[in-house]
Ligand binder design. Sequence first.
Ligand code: DP6
Length: 347
Amino acid sequence: MRAVAEARTNIALVKYWGKRGASTLNLPAVGSLSLTLEGLSTRTEVRFDGALKSDELSLNGSATTGEPLVRIGKLLDLVRAQAGIREHALVSSANNFPTAAGLASSASGFAALALAATRAAGLKLEGRALSILARRGSGSAARSVFGGLVEMHRGVREDGEDSFAEPIASDWDLRLVVAVTAKGPKDTLSTDGMRRTAETSPYFKSWVESSEPDLKAARDAIARHDLEALGEVTERSCLTMHASAMAARPAVVYMRGVTLEGYRAIQDMRRGGLPAYFTCDAGPHIKGLTTSAHANEVAKRLAEVPGVLETRVCVPGAAAEIIGEESGTNRVSFRETVSSGMPEVIE
Ligand code: DP6
């Protein structure tokens, strides 16, 4: 009754921001489209154990209670209900990137948890059902169930069964350059920021209306391997999302001076013939979309922006995967993955 899973984080090119309907199902107000990234991953072990009196959580080696444990407990409840079991679980989760850098993502975390918990509970969900489950933990996690380019469907049903992610087949050699600009956790969690935006921003409706045309433009650009078209939609989706958040009351502002300097640097790169496109999320870090031929140059130029602490070139990442599992006396050996370099959760 235990399993270990690994999932990579993803960065949305067409953003998800805002929810629809009953909040317990965590239904997105808009569809979204993302790139799963290799090298920024979460590895999670789940062990159901009849001797435990409550669920327990260890995050990056430290026992954790409070809000993270509550959110994880809710996902475990869904898994227990589906599997018809009652045991509590011990969850050990570790990121292979510094959580303090503020890059920590609920996307890789809840995708790894959904996969490890279902397998430890004896369930074998296919991709769509797994993404629906991961969505209940965090909207962006539904996309981290799959590798490469992924589209999350908004759906229209009240029960959320048509609100799932699926991969977009593509062999495009895209790269995402991540420039870390600050240490420490972000100011406003995305869940809170998007709620405040939906409730108070006069621009929220316009943001929602901009999403479908952007998704279509992104799909078309991907089919044509048209970086300029995908880059344009990536920038405008990001800036429209942030504009709607900034107009919330009180304002939800994630960008800092360095983030905008990064945006300007990327515009300068383009003027000089270097194809790169800006995006950023619920934090101040700069992300540059480009292709393999230009990624190192884009990283070098972003590293020169005053205030950038570190850059990293990310290649498209794989789907969430099981690293090992064990049930009763049936032991299966646990294997290493290339992206490990993180504390082992299994001896
Ligand atoms: C800016 O998936 O973290 O990264 O569903 O409330 O957990 P919850 O939100 P979350 O929001 C991600 C917001 C974003 C854009 C995106 O990833 O699409």
